[in-house]
Design a protein around this ligand. Structure first.
Ligand code: NAD
Length: 285
């Protein structure tokens, strides 16, 4: 199978989306404005494919082929017109995403998606000349391990685009849900609720983070606790989402002061080495 798949932003999510798209046979262009982050993402993808071979998940030939399908780009200006898919995975800021989406739309993709966790698709679609081709393609972290793709249908999204997104999910090995365009969609609205309350409980001294997480893992069969999940997602990412949801739904989503303090102190979770847990070489300690 062929086709061109462009991912904008080579952070936590962009890297994972690039991984599954290359694995599905797309020629992947990974667009990243920060050269150091771009280089680190390509190196990390190489390690992931190598690890896949070691674990017997893919053959050495497939790993080489996936790597060969990946190209790093310094900007959308380097991307030729007419890709099959463009997905933006830049930080959760409305103005930044709008600017990136306008530039991405100018490449005339057949399908244009945003990996936003919380911003309504209708707000992101402002100014797009073909809003029918645009929708939410919300992947989960780590993208290669998480089965869900939340497809968010905006008021102007064409039915053919929703159908194309469902087909795309199948090609990428994902199981889709199609949801209406509301801030936080189906997943972030509930997931962030639990995360914010767990942070308030740490601040209240209810229990240590590890015990709050253990309570949800053993008591409610969650695969990971809400604080470890916050570390995996990134405290900065969750703070941005909380602010978006607060603006939409009111103060029940107000970020707890502890979250704001930790982000200000650079405690962003796994990616910075410290969050509610300490992380060394990607492993919780
Ligand atoms: P991140 O901060 O790890 O990565 C964002 C990347 O985008 C950075 O490398 C940054 O340099 C790059 N970037 C910024 N402006 C750019 C531009 N104009 N062109 C190209 N690259 C640019 O963020 P992330 O955690 O990967 O989150 C990205 C999006 O995915 C956000 O909307 C977030 O809400 C959403 N999301 C995150 C998670 C998660 O678990 N982290 C899960 C689902 C969805």
């Amino acid at each position: 199978m062929s086709g061109r798949f462009v991912v904008v932003g080579a952070g936590t999510m962009g890297l994972g989306i690039a991984y599954v798209a290359a694995g599905a046979g797309y020629a992947v262009e990974l667009v990243e404005v920060d050269p150091a982050r771009g280089a680190a993402a390509v190196e990390r993808l190489g390690e992931l494919w190598e690890r896949g071979v070691q674990r017997g998940k893919l053959t050495a030939d497939d790993a080489v082929a996936n790597r060969a399908r990946l190209t790093l780009r310094a900007g959308l200006g380097e991307v030729a017109e007419g890709p099959d898919v463009v997905v933006e995975a830049v930080p959760e800021r409305l103005d930044l995403k709008r600017a990136v989406l306008l530039e991405a739309a100018a490449r005339r993709p057949a399908l244009l998606g945003s990996n936003t966790s919380s911003i309504p698709i209708a707000e992101l679609a402002t100014g797009l000349d073909r809003p029918g081709a645009f929708l939410g393609l919300h992947f989960f972290n780590p993208v290669w391990a998480m089965a869900l793709l939340e497809i968010v249908v905006g008021p102007a999204t064409a039915p053919e685009s929703t159908d194309a997104a469902v087909a795309l999910a199948g090609r990428l090995g994902k199981d889709p849900v199609v949801v209406r365009d509301m801030p936080g969609f189906a997943t972030s609205r509930l997931g962030v609720t639990l995360g914010l309350e767990a942070i308030r409980m740490v601040a209240d001294g209810v229990a240590a983070p590890a015990d709050i997480d253990k309570a949800m893992v053993l008591g409610y069969r969650h695969p990971v606790g809400p604080l470890e999940l916050t570390d995996l997602v990134g405290l900065d990412v969750r703070l941005d989402i909380a602010r978006t949801l607060q603006a939409a739904y009111g103060d029940r989503f107000a970020p707890p002061p502890l979250l704001e303090e930790m982000v200000a102190a650079g405690k962003l979770g796994k990616k910075s080495g410290q969050g509610f847990y300490r992380w060394e070489n990607g492993v919780k300690s």
